[in-house]
Design a protein around this ligand. Structure first.
Ligand code: BGC
Length: 427
């Protein structure tokens, strides 16, 4: 395709999803609870902590020139105020490995996982988190800043509000079920244990209380209150200022999870309100950032009654959302109406078992990016999610987003056709 010479084409990962043994993190703790909602624990994940050289080499050999990954707060500051030099050394080596392979490292400071101690203090609803995150960001910048050109502070800062909306719907359903658990079981022709499910939630709350000192720990991927939402953005600004104070030339931005929100006749107001909540209300906090990380996977359509399911007969991905690569171009154009800085597609991808569908997805998504660039929109890079099949949070290892397959028993890497295809797009 016709991309500018310095255009970055890369792939993304997040520490907890690939490294393995992230033992001081909130996610690790939640995965071990007897009544956990995780399908399986992350364990050694893809053992990327030890195999990063092989993984970065595979990425570079295929022709990619950027690697977006996260440094893990729970490793770097496992106890409040105690920083681990060895872990910084580890990430220094990962960055050096990128450079040796001609790959630009794009580093994310916080990709969903936090140290357990932070959550015990109230996590992502506690005012003290702004200062704790600033101090951590300043430490990482001091140690690694001289090696970096791009830093993302927080991954998908808007995730908490999206979850709050879903949780509200879910709560209403659960309340209904609780009122009539026994009769609800009789109304469905499959063996369901609603009473047991409710019971499990009670146990999980008790188990959380033991570890985090509260039955409802505020991890990053929890439903956010509007106050928590603003706090996350203030944490972003504090971290950005800390990085800039030491290295003003580093380009700093945040990333947002953005859907292509489409209105069918009568659905306009729903789509507008959703865009306001998902994107526009963040503008005061991000307007003067060097770049915005755009993360898009699919579209959402609205009709006169609100959100619609995927259209009849649409191709669905393993994640159960619509295969719709055109969403990326639409989102970039929509973001550009209000955000004038540079854009980097920090995530875009698809979970499918048939890799030829991934090739098709990437082909169409990149065509959209190319269209945007030729219309003068400053898109500086595209990172596919994900470099390898990995730990998809509560869903465990069942989702295959990767450009590289990972054998769970042997950790053997097998590059897929899509890896070579993505690499070939730079030429
Ligand atoms: C997250 C990733 C996740 C991906 C696929 C994004 O929301 O940043 O951590 O694995 O989507 O679901």
């Amino acid at each position: 395709m016709n991309f500018p010479k310095d255009f970055m084409i890369g792939a993304a990962t997040a520490a907890h999803q690939v490294e393995g043994n992230n033992m001081h993190s909130d996610y690790w703790a939640q995965e071990q609870l007897p009544h956990t909602s995780f399908a399986e624990p992350s364990g050694i994940a893809c053992d990327h902590y030890n195999r990063y050289e092989e993984d970065i080499r595979l990425l570079a050999d295929a022709g990619l020139n950027a690697y977006r990954f996260s440094v893990e707060w729970a490793r770097i500051e496992p106890e409040e105020g105690k920083f681990d030099e060895n872990e910084i050394e580890h990430y220094r080596k990962v960055i050096a490995c990128c450079r040796e392979n001609g790959v630009e490292p794009i580093v994310t400071l916080m990709h969903f996982t936090s140290p357990v101690w932070l959550i015990r203090k109230g996590g992502w609803e506690a005012e003290s988190t702004v200062e704790d995150f600033r101090r951590y960001a300043a430490y990482v910048a001091e140690k690694l800043g001289s090696e970096l050109k791009y830093v993302c502070t927080i991954n998908e800062a808007n995730m908490g509000l999206q979850l709050a909306a879903i949780a509200k719907r879910f709560r209403l359903m659960a309340e209904q079920a609780a009122k009539s658990a026994k009769s609800a079981e009789g109304s469905v022709q499959v063996g369901m244990n609603f009473e047991k499910m409710m019971e499990n939630m009670k146990y999980a709350a008790m188990e959380n209380a033991e570890i985090f000192g509260t039955p409802q720990p505020q991890v990053f991927v929890s439903s956010r209150t509007p106050e928590g939402d603003a706090l996350v953005l203030r944490a972003h600004r504090a971290a950005k200022e800390a990085v800039k104070a030491l290295y003003p030339e580093i380009k700093v931005g945040i990333t947002l999870s953005l859907h292509d929100l489409q209105a069918l006749p009568g659905g306009e107001k729903f789509a507008e309100d959703a865009w306001e909540e998902e994107f526009r209300h963040y503008l005061p906090y991000i307007q003067d950032d060097d770049f915005l990380g755009v993360q898009n996977y699919t579209r959402t359509q609205y009709g006169p009654q609100g959100q619609l399911p995927a259209p009849e007969g649409a191709e669905l991905t393993q994640m159960d959302y619509e295969f719709y690569p055109e969403a990326l171009e639409h989102v970039i154009r929509k973001v550009r109406e209000d955000f004038k800085g540079d854009l980097i597609v920090t995530e875009n991808g698809v979970a499918v078992s048939d890799d030829s569908r991934r090739v098709e997805f990437i082909r169409r998504a990149l065509r959209g990016v190319e269209n945007c660039i030729s219309d003068g929109i400053p898109v500086k890079g595209y990172c596919y999610w994900s470099l390898m099949d990995n730990f998809e949070w509560q869903k465990g290892f069942s989702m295959t987003f990767g450009l590289i397959a990972v054998d769970r028993a042997t950790q053997k890497r097998t590059p897929k056709e899509s890896l070579a295809f993505l690499g070939s797009q730079r030429k």
